[in-house]
Design a protein around this ligand. Sequence first.
Ligand code: ADP
Ligand code: 5GP
Length: 226
Amino acid sequence: MAEMTQIAARSALDQPAAFKRRGLLFVLSSPSGARKSTISRKLLADDPGLSMSVSATTRPMRPGEEDGKDYHFVDLAQFRQMTADNQFLEWAHVFGHRYGTPRAPVEGMLESGRDILFDIDWQGAQQLYQLAGGDVVRVFILPPSMAELEQRLRGRRTDSDEVIEGRMARAHGEIAHWDGYDYVLVNDDADACFAKVRTILYAERLKRSRQTGLIGFIRKLDREES
Ligand code: ADP
Ligand code: 5GP
């Protein structure tokens, strides 16, 4: 990926407005049903400096989903063409379908000074990390128990029994990748988990390595009369 864009700090919990820092690629992963989408939605509503990366997928649209908002729904031929044209930052097979992160919108959002939220699996987190290393923050969300996970998937009422069984079988495999993440949280209480994710985002924005405006600011302090 191109050199990460320098973005001006914006929220009250960030550094002063003129203080430049590196844009963040904030990855949320979990076994399906751990309520990661619920947390993503709250985070986006809460934070005007954060934009969602909308993935492309070959999986069929679920009731209530919107093309271009939840996903870009494409067929296999279109997905293959996008892959051949190097249009994805990363892509992977998940649950028998293909999912990928379109490159251009991510680069555009970073250029316009926004941090980006990714709802992608461990394969995507791994690929993004290889591309953008220190600019990537990876958060993994665990369900409080497997029984609760199954109940949440059934409660969603958007997948057939067969699909739910497949997702439960895959959940163990996904959880096995917990150690590829910087943070691992248990989502036992939705509000508490959201608060933890938001704290991570705020703290990561303040990391010294992201504060590209820091040296200039310190030189300016040095020049000031005491
Ligand atoms: P994921 O993105 O991890 O697949 P979702 O965010 O779609 O999970 O949530 C899975 C299910 O749990 C959905 O049916 C959602 O409505 C439900 N859910 C989310 N938050 C809560 C909550 N606080 N209490 C009860 N059910 C919830
Ligand atoms: P779902 O079909 O429930 O929307 O998503 C299934 C899984 O695919 C989730 O774990 C989700 O995080 C993952 N996923 C969604 N988009 C992408 C993507 O662009 N790349 C990768 N690697 N995984 C994705």
